[in-house]
Design a protein around this ligand. Structure first.
Ligand code: FES
Length: 104
C-alpha cells in the first residue's frame, strides 16, 4: 500500500482540522496535541465538508447540519449505526500520511 502524504504537521495547529484533497479523494485531517486523525472528508449525512467543521474535545461538528463524529474512530456521537471512514495517521518526514491502495 502506498504511503500518501496529506499535510505537514506544521501546517495544522493544535485543535484544528483541515480539508485535504489527495489521490482524487477528500480527507478531513485533525490534530489534537501530538495525535493526528484522518476521516473521510465527506459527511455521510448530506456531503458536508467535515474537514471544515469545528473540533472540540475529540469531536468534530459538521458545519452544514451539526452531525458530530469522534475523530479517533469516525463514530457518530448519537447513532451507533453511523460511522464514517477513517485511516490511521502516520507521520513521515513531518508529513501526516495515510496508507492507501495504489491508485490506478
Ligand atoms: S452534511 Fe454534515 S450534518 Fe448534514
Amino acid at each position: 500500500m502506498a504511503l500518501i502524504p496529506l499535510i505537514a504537521t506544521s501546517e495544522l495547529p493544535d485543535g484544528t482540522g483541515r480539508e485535504v484533497v489527495a489521490v482524487g479523494k477528500i480527507f478531513a485531517v485533525y490534530r489534537e496535541g501530538d495525535n493526528y486523525h484522518v476521516l473521510d472528508g465527506i459527511c455521510p449525512h448530506a456531503g458536508g465538508p467535515l474537514g471544515k467543521g469545528t473540533l472540540q474535545a475529540g469531536v468534530v461538528t459538521c458545519p452544514w447540519h451539526g452531525w458530530q463524529f469522534h475523530v479517533d474512530s469516525g463514530q457518530h456521537c448519537l447513532s451507533t449505526e453511523i460511522c464514517t471512514a477513517r485511516w490511521p495517521a502516520e507521520i513521515e518526514d513531518g508529513m501526516i500520511c495515510i496508507r492507501l491502495e495504489q491508485p490506478e
